[in-house]
Design a protein around this ligand. Structure first.
Ligand SMILES: [Zn+2]
Length: 310
């Protein structure tokens, strides 16, 4: 025992001095763990069947997750950085200032394709917001088979009326957890963020499949709404800054223009009262955003829907 400890102390000392030795130490440690692993697993399987099964499920899920992530990056890499404006290219699962709502939906199912010019505008806007350390959640975008801007003959994307032409992008709304910037939790339990419901003042309220009710109010489908006031609130200042960045980047694009934005009416009013909006969209700023004047069938109280024209 003492001999082993002395060896370990020596290795740690050497590794502290030289980089390659540190690397060797890590390789030796990993080798040691792996060499002992089959015995441990055998013991676990024999004596703790439930634990072993749980471990198997966990391992399978982990492998599956990383396959989804890998496919997501492969989709992104195939698109490359150069090409025609109307190529359909995928967003990477992570980028400067954003993260994907789902490795599975975005990566494996490939639901985050857009026209190249649209992707580049939105990516540049996210990168702009990263300068203030903000991270946004990119949600549903489009399929690789999406058409080229005209909506008529396009294949539909399940769960949407639009998102058929590679010119529509959903982004989850920026939130604050207390005073701290946070990203909207997006996972299976929240239907990748789309189940979040906020009240008219922008506070988290419930989880529900929500449709337009009377006077554009919440109307949970089947009346099912799970209370979920977790202290989140919509960050309207950050939303204004993001929209300004998207507006500015779209203005630089030769082919893509921001046509309209869908947002729940109470949030449009709250957004326009925010300090950042008043500053960034003031008269003479050259910025303006066209919002849909009505209320969409799905309330858009947890994401904005951007439509570009090309
Ligand atoms: Zn949308």
């Amino acid at each position: 025992m003492m001999f082993k400890l002395a060896c370990l102390a020596l290795v740690l000392f050497v590794s502290a001095v030289t980089g390659p030795a540190a690397l060797l130490t890590v390789i030796a440690a990993v080798g040691f763990v792996v060499s002992k692993l089959p015995d441990q697993l055998e013991r676990l399987r024999a004596h703790h069947k439930t634990w072993f099964r749980s471990l198997q499920v966990l391992a399978a899920l982990t492998v599956f997750s990383f396959v989804c992530l890998g496919v997501g990056y492969a989709r992104f890499a195939v698109g490359g950085f150069e090409g025609r404006a109307n190529d359909k290219v995928a967003f990477a699962p992570y980028g400067e200032g954003y993260e994907s709502y789902s490795w599975f939906l975005g990566g494996l199912l490939g639901r985050q394709y857009a026209r190249r010019d649209v992707r580049d505008v939105v990516s540049a806007a996210f990168a702009e917001r990263a300068k203030d350390d903000r991270v946004h959640v990119l949600a549903e975008v489009g399929l690789r088979s999406a058409g080229d801007g005209s909506r008529r003959s396009e294949p539909s994307m399940w769960g949407h009326f639009s998102h058929k032409s590679g010119v529509a992008v959903d982004i989850h709304l920026p939130i604050l957890d207390g005073d701290e910037p946070e990203t909207l939790p997006s996972n299976l339990l929240t239907a990748w963020g789309y189940l979040w419901r906020f009240d008219a003042s922008g506070d988290s309220d419930a989880l529900a499949v929500d449709l337009r009710g009377k006077g554009c109010k919440h109307k949970p489908k089947l009346g099912v709404a799970v209370p979920a006031d977790l202290g989140y609130s919509i960050d309207f200042d950050e939303l204004a800054r993001l929209l300004a960045a998207i507006h500015d980047e779209a203005k630089k694009s030769k082919t893509a223009r921001l046509k309209r934005v869908i947002l729940w009416p109470p949030f449009r009013r709250a957004l326009k009262k925010s300090d950042a909006w008043k500053e960034l969209f003031a008269k003479g700023s050259g910025r303006s955003i066209r919002f849909t004047s009505s209320c969409a069938w799905f309330l858009h109280d947890e994401h904005i829907h951007l439509d570009f024209s090309v």
